[in-house]
Design a protein around this ligand. Structure first.
Ligand code: 536
Length: 354
């Protein structure tokens, strides 16, 4: 059995293989409600053989949405549309995961195919929150309000409430989004966090918001189910967040009951020089796994079956997450299995073709 296709147990959940669908924004929800697009997009990849399917960055509050078209989980009305999708994915053998997010200063933008930049209030935009009152870029130019202690408490409660709703919807694998320049990462990085209170300054203060958010989520999330965190392991900027801080943060997160670190990078500032190449973030997953003693997921320009297989075989990561490659091929696990010399058992409807 190729290691890529060995089961992966974490708490009381077992992935049927090491292949996961990375959370990807579909910008296709209305008022945060998931719909048939999400069912077909996510459901097809469960049928395609993924062991784990992580639902896109799902906003914990309306103002935490990247765009007006983001999925959300800020009200009980959001639960049943997600539960329907989760039931389908589970029925087809995938563990249904979810990524909870708050975009902070990057919130309130147009979806990519509608222009990407910040929306004016008249065009459907809204006031944003962040650790410090500093805009992201010329395109995401809205200046956020620096969060007050009351804002911090409220947003952390929003994360916990959304996690509770996700649990009610049947989610079995939770990821807190703390990467890509969104709110949690904005607190971690000295490039976006200029606070002078207990939430800014040195490492201990910059990690405080995420540690407290994690604690609030772990308190309502099931002991039987995995809790994971996505980090940008480096900002790719001198003087920014880096891999050494990510290793130490991973140790602290493990102590809070986090089971796996999903290792991405970038997104804190617009002008970083990112050396994107096949598997360029895999070394971060390997280093955190080795030095923090916690399971990791590798993500980023992973496309080839032999490449994914080597990452797991060489114990650089426990799980590989594919994003764009899964948009090209919903059946990537079945195709990868064939390339590695085994065959997946097909759903009976498709059995004559697999
Ligand atoms: C990739 N993206 C991530 C998104 C949405 C937009 C595209 C997300 O996490 N919600 C990305 C990778 C690295 C840095 C920035 C963006």
């Amino acid at each position: 059995m190729p290691p890529l296709f060995s089961p992966f147990p974490l708490r009381s959940v077992t992935l049927r293989n090491r292949i996961g669908v990375s959370p990807m924004c579909m910008y296709s929800a209305t008022d945060g409600l998931m719909n048939d697009w999400h069912l077909v997009h996510l459901g097809a990849r469960a049928v395609g053989g993924a062991g784990l399917v992580i639902v896109e960055a799902t906003a914990v509050s309306p103002e935490g949405r990247i765009t007006p078209d983001d999925a959300g989980l800020w009200s009980d009305a959001h639960v049943e549309p997600l539960a329907r999708i989760n039931r389908f994915m589970k029925a087809h053998g995938a563990v249904p995961g979810m990524q909870l997010a708050h975009a902070g200063r990057k919130a309130g933008a147009a979806s990519p195919w509608k222009g990407s930049g910040h929306l004016a209030d008249e065009a459907g935009g809204w006031a944003t929150l962040a650790p410090s009152a500093v805009a992201f870029s010329a395109g995401l130019h809205r200046v956020p309000a620096a969060m007050t202690p009351a804002d911090i408490t409220r947003v952390q409660a929003d994360f916990a409430a959304a996690a509770r709703r996700s649990l009610a919807a049947g989610t079995e694998w939770m990821e807190i989004h703390a990467a890509h320049g969104y709110l949690n990462h904005q607190f971690l990085s000295p490039l976006s966090n200029h606070r002078t209170d207990a939430y800014g300054g040195g490492f201990e203060n910059r990690i405080r918001f995420l540690l407290e958010t994690t604690r609030a989520v772990r308190a309502v999330w099931s002991e039987r189910l995995p809790l994971t965190v996505r980090l940008s392991c480096t900002d790719w900027v001198e003087g920014g967040w880096d891999i050494e801080q990510s290793v130490e943060l991973s140790r602290r997160l493990k102590a809070e009951g986090v089971d796996l670190i999903d290792c991405s990078s970038g997104g804190a500032v617009p002008d970083a020089k990112i050396p994107a190449a096949p598997g360029y973030q895999v070394p971060f997953a390997a280093q955190i796994r080795r030095e923090a003693g916690i399971a990791t997921a590798a993500v980023g320009l992973i496309t080839a079956p032999a490449q994914a297989e080597a990452i797991v075989r060489e114990e650089q990561a426990d799980v590989v997450l594919l994003a764009r490659e899964f948009l090209r091929d919903a059946y990537w696990p079945a195709h990868a299995a064939k390339a590695l010399g085994i065959s997946l058992s097909a759903p009976p409807q498709y059995a004559r073709a697999w």
